[in-house]
Design a protein around this ligand. Structure first.
Ligand SMILES: Nc1ncnc2c1ncn2[C@@H]1O[C@H](COP(=O)(O)OP(=O)(O)OP(=O)(O)O)[C@@H](O)[C@H]1O
Ligand SMILES: [Mg+2]
Length: 359
């Protein structure tokens, strides 16, 4: 196994004409880390990855790989492996020939190439498939050939641009586990681009969230989910209820107040007094029938069920409460019918699960 390297992106800004695509982006992927770039379509993820690979140049800023400034180094001298979204295998070559391609370009001896191809195909579980052509493989197998081709050259860094987007939902989940297992086995610093938040949260050590070319937050999946830095992150990473109101410092921490909820005492002191939004996840809301004796630790508000969506493990309710629409997820248990549209319900907010955001 080769030494693990750090990838540093320092203060990079990039424009196409007058369109600013990346704005003062700084990021570090630690040696051996599985790092995801997450963001909506057009936010600049592929551009940032191509910049690390050397296919794109920025107007300002630097890229360092293993401490070495590679900003002016061409792609073929950076020793990186990139898997593109449409993994473009050569249709007229066998699987083994596809995997050998990058090694032949490096003019390695024949037997060395053969051994490396065998090892790479073995790693992705395709040892028996060397003689087939890409059109004789399933989508997931083709995906693995693209990975084998990339790891065969023993890159210092693995760059993956939405490598699973062409696969069906089940295979995507399976392959993401395989990619992570392979990355862990090889210990290669990996940057993985996706617009799918569940995918990013499930396999990454850390995630950077991009919006319109600006990094909004970098953190572990749990940090992003539990402590979103702003409304964009709260909405983009998972589903969230946002309620507007005002906040005052208090001896216990803070008091939030809104017409819907009245006063809620929160443990965390506010950054500043005044207008704020609070965020509560759908699964952190409880529902109770109007006549029930509700849990006194929660703040209860009255609502009417507007919609109900049965999702198997849980039921997602949309509840009209005052002028707010609240999303509440309740676990589904066999034999418990839950609530129906039109039913009056009480919605219970647990103050410990409330996160304060800026206005
Ligand atoms: N060569 C180019 N010339 C002009 N504009 C470009 C070029 N390449 C990308 N862009 C623009 O830069 C922005 C970012 O593009 P990029 O491909 O990095 O987005 P992305 O986050 O990868 O999106 P997606 O999830 O759709 O792949 C987009 O608005 C795009 O139209
Ligand atoms: Mg892209």
């Amino acid at each position: 196994m080769q030494t693990k390297v750090r990838v540093e992106i320092e203060n990079v800004s990039l424009s196409y004409g007058r369109v600013e695509v990346l704005r003062e982006v700084s990021l570090t992927a630690e040696p051996g880390e599985f790092f995801a770039l997450l963001g909506p379509s057009g936010s600049g993820k592929s551009t940032l990855l191509r910049l690390v690979a050397g296919f794109t140049q920025a107007q300002s800023g630097r890229v360092l790989i293993g401490g070495e400034d590679v900003t002016r180094v061409p792609p073929w001298k950076r020793n990186l492996g990139m898997v593109f979204q449409n993994y473009s295998l050569w249709p007229h070559m066998t699987v083994a020939e596809n995997v050998a391609f990058g090694l032949e370009e490096r003019r390695l001896p024949r037997d060395v190439i053969r051994d490396k191809v065998t090892a790479a195909l073995g790693l992705v579980g395709l040892a028996e498939f060397g003689g087939r052509r890409p059109n004789q493989l399933s989508g997931g197998q083709q995906q693995r050939v693209a990975l084998a081709r990339t790891i065969a050259i023993e890159p210092k860094v693995l760059l993956l641009d939405e490598p699973l987007s062409n696969l069906d939902a089940k295979l995507r989940v399976h392959m993401r586990g395989e990619i992570l297992a392979l990355q862990r086995k090889l210990g290669i610093t990996t940057i993985f681009v996706t617009h799918d938040q569940e995918e990013a949260l499930s396999i990454s050590d850390r995630v950077a969230v991009l919006e319109a070319g600006v990094i909004q937050q970098v953190g572990t999946p749990m940090e992003l989910f539990d402590r979103p830095a702003n409304r964009f992150i709260a909405n983009f990473v998972g589903t969230v209820n946002l309620l507007a109101g005002t906040v005052e410092p208090a001896p216990q921490g803070a008091v939030f107040e809104s017409p819907l909820t009245g006063r809620i005492t929160l443990a965390a002191p506010p950054a500043r007094a005044g207008a704020v939004q609070i965020a509560v996840r759908p699964h952190a809301l409880a529902l109770a029938a109007p006549g029930a004796a509700p849990d006194p630790a929660r703040i209860w508000v009255d609502g009417i069920v507007a919609e109900r969506e049965f999702l198997g493990e849980f039921v997602r309710y949309r509840i009209r409460a005052g002028d707010a629409d609240l999303i509440a997820d309740q676990p589904h248990l066999a034999g418990e019918p839950g609530f129906a549209p039109g039913n009056a319900v009480k919605v219970g907010i647990n103050p410990a699960q409330v996160k304060m955001l800026g206005a």
